[in-house]
Design a protein around this ligand. Sequence first.
Ligand code: ZN
Length: 131
Amino acid sequence: MGWEPEIGGRVVAGDRIDGRIMPVDDRFEPIDIHVKRTEGVTITFADDFVAEFNLVALRLRCPCAECQALRQRGEDGWPRPSSPIPLEITTAEMHGAWGLSPTWNDGHATGVFPFELLRQWADDEGERQDR
Ligand SMILES: [Zn+2]
């Protein structure tokens, strides 16, 4: 693929056309991912929409089965009794072309955030602010 999200830096997709597996809607295709370990994740999509995600908000919406089960019991996925505070992202990797897979500083790494879902959250947030 020739590109990866860079921790604390900025990476712009170069040869993403060659690396593309299937045509993706511009709205769901990230062209720039900026992970700030202690703050959040900023994603620029191919239609030039920039979405910013706060670390804690992201973690509380972690789509993995473990966190979903916690939420279904009315508990938060973070912080747990053993969680280091503050929350940080240790590393982040692309999961195929469709999702971002962060590793958190408490070792949690099972959540993959699909770009389509992240974009949906950002769009929903924008609509709430417009009201
Ligand atoms: Zn999770």
